[in-house]
Design a protein around this ligand. Structure first.
Ligand code: SF4
Ligand code: SF4
Length: 343
């Protein structure tokens, strides 16, 4: 018998397949009825990360109800997510991973998830995924190649929906939001913005599940293309310290009781359901831990939030400087006390 030599490519393919199988075993063996449904109605998903710390991915994979096992392997209605490419969680790497991407992209109709900053300056060279002839392929090029054939684009997280921290002045890499880039290139694929730094896992999973079960039209969007199911009310509307706000009982320094507005709380300008949905498996949320809402779910984050709830003035620069000075005094006082205690 003549044995065919195993090439490096064969070996990498075999290894990637084995790793994928092991990855399945990490979730235990899936039920066969689920696999049966999966085979019938797969919805391919391509998840592309640009300039990202993978914080959005980390948040999403920590979804509790349903678990990430159910999202990726179980049926959602009569459909099933088929994750074709996700550079952080997929088992395959290098050429194998890129091959999976191109195979998926060849079949129009996939859901495209974008995460991370999309740099536009210098042809987007500041965030690359994979390479061609030894040259990195920019996230910008991936977006422009993938977006036209997608059935929907989910723009996930602050960096994608509004530029986020990577777009902070002077924005040296020319970061733009996905919506800006699509508009510049006249790409009209339906877009859904799911902001947040990071986004709550329910915001993403709930939106994806709605698309799978009820179709794209079942996701009602606001004027900033955010699902109203999660971003209709301001944080301020259902905040547990709203009574303190109305009574003008304001915290003057971190740790004080009372409304955190004078400490810079952006709850009145930020649309998100954090006070009712809660975070970390319904354990807590920012204001409950004495931290002002920093407006991470606003498209404008981390820049000035322009919209304001009726009758509530935006804080002026002078207000913020006064708070900064007061905070500095408190911190300096604390440091002095600590120094005294340990000397
Ligand atoms: S300003 Fe902030 S802390 Fe105060 S009630 Fe509104 S959301 Fe809550
Ligand atoms: S309360 Fe504000 S800062 Fe906290 S997660 Fe929600 S939107 Fe972000």
């Amino acid at each position: 018998m003549i044995r065919k030599p195993v090439t490096r490519r064969d070996f990498v393919k075999l290894s990637a397949g084995s790793t994928a199988a092991l990855g399945m075993l990490m979730f235990d063996m899936p039920d066969f009825d689920k696999l049966f449904v999966a085979a019938l109605n797969e919805v391919p998903v391509i998840w592309m990360q640009g300039g990202s710390d993978s914080g959005c991915t980390e948040s999403i994979v920590n979804v509790v109800s349903p678990t990430i096992y159910d999202v990726l392997l179980g049926p959602i209605g009569d459909k099933h997510v088929s994750m074709q490419f996700h550079q952080t969680i997929m088992a395959g790497q290098g050429e194998i991973a890129m091959e999976a991407l191109y195979n998926a992209a060849a079949k129009p109709g996939y859901v495209l998830v974008m995460e991370g900053a999309i740099a536009e300056k210098d042809n987007g060279v500041y965030a690359t995924v994979g390479e061609q002839n030894g040259v990195g392929i920019s996230a910008l090029k991936h977006l422009l190649d993938l977006a036209p054939s997608a059935s929907a684009i989910l723009s996930l997280g602050a960096c994608c929906t509004g530029g986020g921290i990577p777009a902070a002045p002077p924005n040296v890499t020319g970061v733009k939001s996905v919506s800006q880039i699509l508009e510049e290139h006249s790409i009209t694929t339906p877009l859904i913005n799911i902001p947040g730094c990071p986004p709550h896992p329910d915001w993403f999973v709930g939106t994806l599940a709605s698309i799978l079960i009820g179709g794209l039209d079942s996701v009602e969007l606001d004027s900033q293309k955010r699902p109203t199911a999660f971003f209709h009310h301001t944080v301020h509307e259902h905040c547990e310290r709203r009574g303190s706000f109305e009574a003008e009982n304001f915290a003057k320094k971190p740790g004080d009781e009372g409304c955190l507005y004078e400490l810079g709380c952006k709850g009145p300008q930020t649309h998100a359901d954090c006070p009712t949905r809660l975070w970390n498996n319904k354990t807590s949320w920012c204001v409950a831990t004495n931290s002002p809402c920093i407006g991470c779910a606003a498209i404008e984050f981390p820049f000035e939030l322009q919209s304001t709830a009726e009758g509530i003035p935006l804080m002026t620069l002078e207000d913020k400087i006064a708070i900064g000075v007061a905070g500095g005094v408190v911190l300096a006082g604390g440091a002095a006390l600590a120094k005294k205690a340990f000397s």
